[in-house]
Design a protein. Structure first.
Length: 206
């Protein structure tokens, strides 16, 4: 994105009242992105890099995202899901994967940690891969870099999960298309906890 386009985009968000989004990360992204664009460099997203999610996928995949994330599908996932496998979960409370999983656990979902480096998270046994979980999983929630999504999709298909949720900054068009072709409903580049807050408020609490 050219620097003048970035200035215009940020100004539009402020003028339209989207102040929270600006304060919660867009301003920082803008400052770094402005100089990266001016220098002709590709920008790696700070928040996504900090969470181990790779490059800022939502910019390059904006057109794909427009066809995803239907409100009805998101609501269905949150309503029908009971068991969530969290791929890439951390045992560090300050990490997004841990915080989001903990919040969903508090709201009544069973969390199944998936990380080959850990044995237990949030009081639940941790499994090295999705395929080693010995019971059914409704939804696979992904906190991995986009490059790992194709393999995760294959495992999601293999275990028979109905839903795939790619967290903020995670997007892989080909893998998403493959998942959907196999009957899996997909949400991408969204935070499941943020969406649950919205859904819960609309439903008057869960």
């Amino acid at each position: 994105m050219q620097p003048y386009r970035m200035v215009k985009d940020l100004r539009t968000r402020v003028e339209t009242g989207d102040v929270d989004r600006v304060l919660n990360g867009d301003l920082d992204m803008f400052i770094r992105g402005f100089f990266a664009a001016a220098a002709g460099r590709e920008l790696s997203c700070g928040p996504c890099r900090g969470f181990g999610l790779g490059r800022h996928a939502h910019i390059a995949n904006r057109n794909l995202e427009a066809t995803l994330n239907e409100p009805e599908v998101i609501d269905e996932m949150l309503e029908k899901t009971k068991v969530i496998a969290v791929v890439g979960i951390s045992d560090k409370p300050e990490r997004a994967s841990h915080g989001v999983a903990a919040q969903m656990q508090r709201r009544g979902y069973r969390i199944v940690p998936v990380n080959p480096m850990l044995t237990s998270v949030l009081g639940e046994d941790c499994y090295p891969t999705l395929s080693e979980i010995p019971f059914p999983v409704d939804l696979v929630d992904v906190f991995r870099a986009s490059e790992f999504v194709p393999k995760i999709v294959e495992e999601t298909i293999a275990i028979g999960a109905r839903y795939l949720w790619l967290q903020e900054g995670v997007m892989h068009p080909e893998a998403i298309a493959h998942a959907e072709a196999n009957g899996i409903k997909v949400v991408a580049n969204r935070c499941i906890f943020k969406e649950h807050l919205r859904w819960s408020a609309e439903k008057g609490g869960r």
